[in-house]
Write a protein that binds this ligand. Structure first.
Ligand code: ACK
Length: 727
């Protein structure tokens, strides 16, 4: 019960006082600024940083203003504060996914337990008002407690403005009454395909037919143009039927009695097809099922009543009261007179719809329906007909030309604005046809619009329309703020993260997958023919008809007379004009190289002849600087001599998606010591006949000590070694 003050004690040491008790016992009382957590400790400790005591004999120190201590922090630990905001956040938008990356805060607040929290707000582009995103957004790996400095948000809405706030938090953030420390990033998502149909219900089932209905996908991401219904008899997947319908119901008929059928449905918007729904399995009734017989009276009744009603129907027809939707008087009447037949009405209606197509496929030999195929405008006798088939005519008065942004083969390229009726004015690029053109030039110029107008994909430049009825003749496309990719990359050398570069490559691959699915071979895929917008979305452009032969400054004449952009073109296309999607894949590999080296010229200043010779001899471009090994490997795969061994565009898209989802896979860079700059690397060191034995080859590459292991494992000849794959 006695309290001791410093003035009662003789001063011995500056930081402590000693009191002699009747028993010889050393007892210290701490001065202000010092503390002793346990009374049994022999000495006092100085208050740790950012803490103090005003009183003597303190057992702990108080934190300074804006500094805090967690309950679990030892009293000897400094008081800490919440971290400052994360820095340099960047975003990468991929359709309706957004990848965010940032660097840690400059001030961690003195703690090691910094993690990140992502707040998502959806903003109205007109009012600027934002609201919390709600539960539809998924965060990979998670929204809170992020330890890494990156996160991916998926399942966002298409064409929507989002603000993401990345907040750094630590163990004392919850004690801080002050403002949150975050960095925010604004993004606009792109067009996206609809989400899969999730709920499918069976309707009427007979021995030969199954009726289905379903709900619109949760996220249509646009206006649903049609549904595609794929079905097949269970375990007979190689022989399937496709029905297309604008309704959310169909009847599949001509089925076998008592058999199980598997159905899958997908929706299509202007952005393309969404994923197929999961499989839904339904069974037709057995032959003897009563359900079928039960229809007989209805049919009899319907025939009888039908005859009776015929006069009424004719009356309807004559008075012109037909169904607005073109569904036909018969079905609307049937639906009214016999509600039990409404399903058949829906079906009849769907069947009468000229838009509903039904196709059968066996063993996958026929191209999948729904993926439209490209029509070569050359197949039209009158090229004007082609352009009006695929491109909208725009009145010149709707276009305001603002400035010249470049020169095309046929005339100037300008930027400007387009104001269509009922729409807001928006920026566009305008290609003009110079005066004094020949008929062939006009045809070739508009040929590009006839091709572009057939495409509808977020990574293909979008055609707004053409002006052909007045002069100058113009092609109007969406405006891409950052212009051509090669120039943009050169201007911004070293400015992007690997993820941003991979995002660009993913977009290009996705556009090319769409083109190859359409059966269109680009022939001049190069970074100069990719446009990039302000969100860093890349779009494939340049679809000229004779473009490869005429207007690409990179194109050179080959010995066979064709004009080809040698550095970007696959050997078989140079040698015997075998242009295919596989030769586009080769060019894509070169675009990958251009992107990863920020617009470096492929093969530098080598002559075209030297490039052809080197590539034929098996040499390939070396890895760009700081290039992830996985990307360089993908480039080498695109440059396989055998075109069938090159990856397909869908495989490239999946591969890049995987890398984006797992950014740590991009951390392994091509070994700097094995990287040769400005020198080609021998891509096929084996099998080229250069080495007579495995031993000789291994010696040549300084791996002679492994000869025995190769032999033991059956790689005794160069041919066997050539078969070794990276897998
Ligand atoms: O690198 P750039 O600025 O991007 O210079 C070329 C120039 O016109 C000649 O082709 C630019 N360009 C072409 N199409 C578009 C477009 N849709 N949006 C923006 N710029 C474009 C290209």
């Amino acid at each position: 019960g006695i309290s001791w003050t410093a003035s009662m004690l003789p001063r011995l040491y500056p930081e402590q006082s000693v009191l002699y008790k009747p028993v010889v016992l050393l007892f210290t009382v701490c001065r202000p600024g010092f503390f002793k957590a346990s009374p049994h400790s022999p000495s006092c400790s100085k208050c740790p940083p950012h803490s103090y005591t005003l009183d003597e004999a303190s057992t702990s120190c108080l934190c300074e203003e804006h500094y805090f201590r967690r309950e679990s922090d030892p009293p000897t630990m400094a008081c800490t504060r919440p971290p400052s905001a994360p820095r340099s956040a960047i975003s990468n938008v991929n359709e309706t996914s957004v990848f965010l990356e940032w660097i840690p805060p400059a001030d961690t607040g003195g703690r090691k337990d910094v993690s990140y929290y992502i707040a998502c707000k959806k903003c109205n582009s007109h009012s600027g008002l934002c609201e919390a995103c709600g539960g539809h957004v998924r965060y990979l790996p998670q929204q809170t407690g992020l330890k890494n400095t990156s996160v991916m948000m998926v399942d966002l809405l298409a064409h929507t403005n989002y603000t993401f706030e990345i907040e750094a938090v630590n163990g004392v953030s919850d004690q801080n009454p002050g403002a949150r420390q975050f960095v925010s990033v604004n993004v606009t998502t792109n067009q996206a395909a609809p989400s899969p149909v999730s709920s499918v219900k069976k309707g009427k089932i007979t021995k030969n037919s199954i009726s289905l209905s379903w709900q619109e996908p949760d996220r249509p991401n646009g206006i649903i143009l049609e549904y595609e219904i794929k079905y097949f008899e269970k375990d007979q997947e190689t022989s399937y039927t496709i029905i297309k319908s604008k309704e959310t119901m169909i009847t599949a008929d001509g089925l076998k009695p008592g058999s199980a059928y598997v159905f899958q449905i997908r929706a299509r918007t202007a952005a393309g097809y969404g994923g197929f729904s999961r499989r839904f399995e339904f069974e037709t009734s057995p032959v003897s099922a009563s359900s079928d017989q039960s229809q007989i009276p209805i049919i009899v009744v319907s025939v009888t009543v039908g005859v009776i009603l015929l006069a009424v129907v004719i009356g309807f027809l004559l008075s012109g009261s037909c169904c607005d939707h073109g569904c036909g008087w018969a079905s609307s009447l049937r639906a009214v007179a016999y509600p039990s037949l409404t399903w058949r009405c829906g079906y009849s209606k769907a069947k009468q719809d000229p838009e509903e197509e039904k196709m059968h496929f066996h063993n996958g030999h026929i191209k999948l329906p729904g993926v439209r195929t490209y029509i070569d405008p050359h197949t039209y006798e009158d090229p004007n007909q082609a352009v009006h088939e695929f491109a909208k005519e725009i009145e010149a008065s709707c276009i305001t030309i603002e400035r010249v942004i470049g020169a095309g083969e046929f005339g100037e390229v300008c930027s400007g604005r387009l104001k269509l009726q009922g729409k807001r004015e928006f920026p566009v690029a305008i290609k003009t046809l110079k005066v004094g053109y020949t008929e062939k030039q006009r045809r070739d110029f508009l040929g590009e619009a006839s091709i572009m107008g057939q495409f509808d994909h977020p990574n293909i430049i979008h055609l707004e329309g053409v002006v052909t009825k007045s002069k100058p003749v113009m092609i109007v496309t969406e405006y891409m703020e950052n212009g051509s990719l090669d120039t943009f990359l050169k201007k911004n050398d070293g400015q992007f993260t690997v993820i941003q570069l991979v995002g660009m490559l993913r977009g290009i691959a996705s556009g090319m997958k769409y083109l190859s699915d359409m059966g269109y071979v680009h022939r001049d895929l190069a970074a100069r023919n990719i446009l990039i917008n302000s969100n860093l979305v890349c779009k494939v452009s340049d679809f000229g008809l004779s473009r490869v032969l005429e207007d690409d400054p990179e194109a050179a004449y080959t010995t066979r007379g064709g004009k080809i952009p040698i550095r970007w073109t696959a050997p078989e296309a140079i040698a015997f004009r075998k242009f295919t999607s596989a030769s586009d894949v080769w060019s894509y590999g070169i675009v990958m190289w251009e992107v990863m080296s920020y617009g470096e010229r492929p093969y530098w200043e080598m002559t075209n002849q030297d490039v052809i010779k080197a590539v034929e001899e098996g040499y390939r471009l070396p890895s760009p600087m700081d290039c992830p090994a996985a990307l360089y490997q993908l480039m080498l795969d695109c440059w396989q001599k055998d075109r069938n061994s090159r990856p397909k565009f869908d495989e490239i898209v999946s591969m890049l998606d995987k890398l984006i989802r797992n950014p740590s896979s991009l951390k392994t860079l091509v070994n700097a010591s094995s990287r040769v700059s400005n020198l080609l690397v021998e891509h096929s060191p084996v099998g080229s006949g250069a080495y007579r034995s495995v031993g000789e080859w291994l010696e040549a590459i300084k791996m002679g000590r492994y000869t025995e292991i190769f032999m033991e494992n059956g790689y005794s000849s160069m041919d066997a070694v050539a078969q070794v794959t990276l897998e």
